[in-house]
Design a protein around this ligand. Structure first.
Ligand SMILES: [Zn+2]
Length: 92
C-alpha cells in the first residue's frame, strides 16, 4: 500500500497515512476536524535496511514506479497553482 503525507490545516499536524490509491483521507486523526487534511507532495524513501543488496536495483525500480503513480494520483494538488502565471513570472 502506498504511503501519503498529509498536513492538517487546523492543528498543523503532519502525518503519514497508508491507504490505497483510490482512497483519500480527509479527517484529522488528532483534532478530528473533517476535511482538514491536505495531501503533501513527497519523494518516496528507499529503505535500504530492509532490502538485501542484490535487490537494490529492484527496490529502486519499484520506488520509481511508485513515485510515478503517486505523481499521477497527486496531480490534483497542482490545480491550486496557476501554472501559466508562474511561467510568465519566470520568463520575464
Ligand atoms: Zn488536526
Amino acid at each position: 500500500m502506498p504511503r501519503y503525507n498529509y498536513k492538517c490545516n487546523q492543528c498543523d499536524l503532519e502525518m503519514e497515512l497508508v491507504h490505497s490509491m483510490s482512497e483519500v483521507a480527509t479527517d484529522c486523526i488528532k483534532c478530528d476536524t473533517k476535511n482538514s487534511l491536505k495531501k503533501q507532495l513527497s519523494i518516496p524513501r528507499i529503505d535500504s535496511k530492509t532490502k538485501a543488496p542484490k535487490n537494490v536495483g529492484g527496490a529502486v525500480k519499484e520506488s520509481i514506479e511508485e513515485y510515478k503513480q503517486r505523481v499521477d494520483s497527486e496531480r490534483g494538488i497542482w490545480e491550486d497553482f496557476d501554472i501559466e502565471e508562474i511561467l510568465k513570472e519566470n520568463i520575464k
